[in-house]
Ligand binder design. Structure first.
Ligand code: 0WD
Ligand code: CA
Length: 385
């Protein structure tokens, strides 16, 4: 029985000579030892302002400033200011990798790692890698990743699936408010200056973002990715990024052991994957009651999250996540062989689209036209010059 399963996975039967390659996602296939993951180092950063304009500096970085006590008395009203002091980002604007590419263009001559490092790297958003990490355990939402090779580098950029788009356009009012509440919590917990105090009287503008650009390596795959960082702790044990960064989250108040179990199995997996990738050591959670007030805080060290499911038969395994991600990178590197040809501004660019739906394998389709091409002309031209 075991052998039959293994054969099926490793080599497609010869009776299907033209079957397109695909990548299975079942957790049992990725249970080997934890692979090598280089300690992430920060290469630089950039900020997006309230107009979503790019600045090559840390002006949007905020500072962790929790209330003096985490006891009775803590009472953050997360609905305050909704909807009148809310300026949500226009989600119809498809930014792709643009802001990260701008940073890369402006720093390509100063990249560490030696000549040719970038040519061997995978460039993407941290959020895309998070989705890859949790894929073996995800049962609800599929994803699509567009891939193009250019001057050796493999670029990965997410494409919104038709189902995700439909869900976004039909987002229920309560879910919209819930999204706001996550940003409002950041406002209660962060100051604009080190040592300053939060000012929850202002507006919540989700165009504003501080993004860290990081270098790592998974197995033999060098990675350059960027992730949005909530704040830095000015008095952290280490003041050096990324270990001084803090990720902020909100969650429903949990009461029964069953609720905690479900939280560890599902939510903590996502929190772990997102903060493990950039090496952010602490996630601070605010627990909100049904009326939308945060009455308690709890810090979850990223490297201790797995302990909550280590002895849970229905828990998740960091090795499975990271092994799957490595297998995907290997699959993508061997699938996207052709370097994008002549960088003529008007020529359609080659895109391999990796698609996944829960319960199935990752499949590939090839495209040469819009709308999948995502490397902007300004980037291709400047890199070619
Ligand atoms: O256009 C899109 N569909 C996306 C845009 C999807 C994912 C990210 N982004 C943008 C983000 O706005 C950010 O500028 O890419 C940049 C980097 O994102 P990331 O760090 O790679 O993304 P992720 O790890 O998924 O999200 C980090 C934070 C979120 O924090 P929580 O605690 O909710 O995970 O980025 C924010 C959010 O605060 N964020 C977004 N903000 C505005 N619009 C979005 C979005 N669509 N997605 C995540
Ligand atoms: Ca957050």
């Amino acid at each position: 029985k075991r052998r039959a399963e293994k054969t099926e996975v490793a080599e497609p039967p010869n009776s299907l000579p033209h079957a397109a390659p695909s990548l299975p996602t079942k957790p049992a296939l990725y249970s080997g030892p934890f692979p090598f993951y280089r300690r992430p180092s920060e290469l630089g950063c950039f900020s997006l302002d309230s107009q979503r304009q790019y600045h090559g500096d840390a002006r949007a970085l905020r500072y962790y400033s929790p209330p003096p006590t985490n006891g009775p008395g803590l009472n953050f009203d997360l609905r305050d200011g909704y909807p009148d002091r809310y300026h949500p980002r226009d989600e119809e604007v498809r930014e792709g990798l643009d802001h990260l590419l701008r940073w890369l263009l402006e720093h390509r001559d100063q990249l560490e790692g030696g000549p040719g490092w970038l040519a061997g790297a995978v460039v993407t958003w941290r959020g895309h890698l998070t989705k890859l990490l949790i894929t073996p355990y995800e049962q609800q939402e599929g994803w699509q990743l567009a891939a193009s090779r250019f001057q050796g580098t493999l670029y990965l950029s997410e494409v919104e699936t038709p189902a995700a788009r439909a869900q976004r356009l039909a987002r229920p009012p309560l879910l919209r408010q819930l999204m706001y509440m996550g940003y409002k919590f950041e406002q209660y917990m962060c100051a604009d200056k080190p040592g300053g105090s939060p000012d929850p009287s202002g507006e919540v503008n989700t165009n504003v973002a501080f993004c860290s650009v990081l270098r790592s390596r998974l197995g033999s795959y060098p990675l350059l990715f960027s992730g949005e960082v909530d704040c830095m702790a000015p008095r952290a044990a280490s003041t050096q990024p990324p270990t001084c960064y803090v990720e902020l989250k909100t969650s429903k108040e949990l009461h029964s052991p069953g609720q905690w179990r479900a939280f560890y199995r599902h939510k903590l997996l996502k929190w772990w994957a997102q903060s493990f990738l950039p090496g952010i050591p602490h996630v601070v959670a605010g627990f909100r009651n049904p009326e939308g007030f945060v009455r308690s805080l709890r810090t979850f060290p990223t490297m201790e999250m797995f302990e909550h499911v280590r002895n849970d038969r229905h828990g998740w395994s960091p090795s499975v996540c990271v092994n799957f991600c490595a297998a995907f990178l290997s699959f993508a590197q061997s699938t996207v062989v052709q370097d994008d040809p002549s960088p003529m501004p008007s020529s359609p660019r080659l895109v391999h689209l990796f698609s996944w739906e829960p319960g199935g394998p990752v499949t590939v389709s090839v495209h040469r036209d819009a709308p999948y091409a995502f490397l902007p002309t300004w980037y291709v031209e400047a890199m070619t010059a």
